[in-house]
Design a protein around this ligand. Structure first.
Ligand code: ZN
Ligand code: ZN
Ligand code: ZN
Length: 283
């Protein structure tokens, strides 16, 4: 039995029975919806899925003729997709608690992965869907950004932003808040000065969620599609940009993996980036 929950706890669920597969997806929709370089999906038979409590905060964004993206309207966490026709639930592994009894088996949609993100593990990679899925798709056209401009947008396009200054730092954070908030193995946050940041459109479409009891932690997301978008702190002159929302290169190499002591048990950190048990020492 695996329990799952969104960051704010309004959506809770459990999945009974072994998972069928766990897959990393690099498609542009996953990147924008989660705000991360990739999403990790755990599939299980729908018969074993149960909501615990009500689902009044559940919202659905119709991302294509057949596709939908579900999320919590309070905190923005990605919600499980109940696929009646396929008889499957496809849950964001970042919101599942404990071990999954299974490790990720592959990367899909590496043909549309973020150019700045390097896959460093040895798992099989597929340009689009793996053949056993029996599915095809038309990758979305990337959002065009002029050279030299740092810009991003949400999945539905209602929210867009631009950054005029250089990045300050970038981390892959593995803490449980980031995993639940981004519904992913870890977040990929780039920090810029708030004074360099401006919304191009949709500022009034951004929903902010401040985690109760946390000093700074919170999320910001598009009310319509649930995509993670930058969270601006004017007081700290800081903006936290979910790298998956960027339509251009963040212009920085990640400073490392942080809070690796609280990483997801099903995720192996690979590659050469420095790893820190919690916060890195101040430079
Ligand atoms: Zn929530
Ligand atoms: Zn995807
Ligand atoms: Zn949107």
């Amino acid at each position: 039995m695996t329990q799952g929950r969104c960051l704010c706890g309004a959506l809770r669920y459990e999945i009974d029975g072994p998972f069928i597969d766990v897959v990393h997806c690099h498609c542009s929709m996953c990147r924008k919806h989660h705000g991360t370089p990739f999403a990790t999906w755990a599939a299980a038979p729908l018969s074993g899925f149960r909501w615990l409590g009500d689902t009044t905060t559940l919202r659905t964004y119709q991302s294509s003729a057949k596709g939908h993206r579900d999320f919590c309207s309070v905190c923005g966490s990605v919600a499980p997709m109940l696929e009646e026709a396929a008889g499957m639930v496809i849950a964001p592994a970042g919101n599942l608690e404990g071990d999954l009894g299974m490790r990720p088996t592959k990367h899909m949609f590496v043909g549309s992965k973020a150019a700045w993100y390097a896959i460093t593990d040895g798992l099989p990679q597929f340009e689009e869907y793996p053949p056993e899925f029996g599915m095809s798709s038309t990758p979305r056209e990337p959002v065009a950004v002029p050279a030299g401009v740092t810009a991003g947008s949400c999945l539905c396009g209602d929210v867009a932003y631009e950054i005029a200054g250089p990045p300050l730092r970038m981390y892959y954070c593995h803490c449980s808040r980031c995993r639940q908030g981004r519904s992913a193995a870890h977040c990929a946050n780039v920090f810029y000065k708030a004074e360099d940041f401006r919304w191009l459109r949709g500022a009034d479409q951004v929903q902010d969620y401040a985690l109760p009891g946390a000093q700074f932690f919170g999320t910001a997301f598009c009310k319509r599609c649930g995509s993670k978008v930058p969270r601006v702190s004017v007081e700290r002159n800081m903006v936290n940009v979910p790298a998956g929302s960027l339509d251009s290169d963040p212009g920085i190499t990640p400073n490392g993996h942080i809070y690796v002591d609280s990483k997801a048990p099903w995720f192996d950190i690979t590659g050469e980036l420095p790893q820190f048990a919690a916060m890195p020492p101040r430079r």
